[in-house]
Design a protein around this ligand. Structure first.
Ligand SMILES: [Zn+2]
Ligand SMILES: [Zn+2]
Length: 233
């Protein structure tokens, strides 16, 4: 019988990013997906597990800020898609210029808060941007679980979705109610719609776990694909 996937969710950082911990029931070996902030809480969530790697659905700041602390403490590699390489340098350079991280449509509201949750510290420890490339269709072994990486670009050029045992971890590619933002630089709407169209060919009961907010299913979202395509966002 195939291994059953277990998902733990740790909601971290200023944009309430879902950091996912994935392992097989009864097995300690685990994958950490998108350690976006609050490394201490992420590490506490995996204290009873043996983490094999950190995987990034994409390299926006809200998905990677805890990478140096988590990988440094655990001594594990970072995995991401090759096409994502420009995104983190772009994030850091834009933040250095502006003095704050760019949170898309939430930026103005967050900049008005005191203390400033998007503040950029030039001296803070940051991920160096180095990672092990993962290709579309590549199988990742997490104990007895076979996880398939899917290249789902559009929100960013190297977006990854993970498919495992009736679950899709979609990062910021697909949420309840539509695709992720394509306003920011390095995004493209027709590209994300292509990725979403592909994901919605999974069986209806497949559970979708996005990078922020609640879960949904393929069956709940599939009927809206043409509406999203027509509205253009
Ligand atoms: Zn994002
Ligand atoms: Zn995000």
């Amino acid at each position: 019988m195939a291994a059953e996937a277990v998902l733990r969710r740790v909601v971290v950082g200023v944009l309430d990013t879902n950091c996912w911990v994935l392992h097989a029931r009864g097995d300690r070996r685990a994958l950490v997906v998108d350690p976006g902030d609050e490394a201490g809480r992420v590490l506490a969530a995996v204290a009873d597990l043996d983490v094999v790697a950190v995987l990034l659905t994409h390299a926006h700041f809200d998905h990677v800020l805890a990478v140096p602390d988590v990988t440094g403490t655990l001594g594990v590699p970072v995995l991401a898609h090759p096409a994502e390489a420009p995104v983190w340098p772009h994030e850091v350079e834009a933040a250095r210029r502006a003095g704050h991280w760019d949170a898309g449509t939430a930026t103005a509201d967050l900049l008005a808060r005191d203390p400033a949750p998007l503040a950029f510290s030039a001296s803070a420890a940051r991920w160096d941007g180095a990672y092990t490339p993962v290709a579309d269709g590549e199988a990742l072994v997490v104990g007895p679980l076979e996880v398939t990486a899917l290249h789902t670009p559009g929100h960013t050029p190297g977006g990854l979705t993970l498919s495992v045992d009736g679950h899709l971890l979609t990062g910021d590619t697909l949420f309840p109610g539509g695709p992720g933002l394509t306003g920011p630089p390095l995004s493209n709407f027709p590209t994300i719609i292509g990725s979403v169209r592909r994901l919605l060919t999974w069986p209806g009961p497949t559970r979708i776990h996005p990078g922020h907010g609640p879960d949904t299913t393929v069956a709940a979202e599939r009927p809206h694909l043409e509406t999203w395509t027509a509205r253009g966002w």
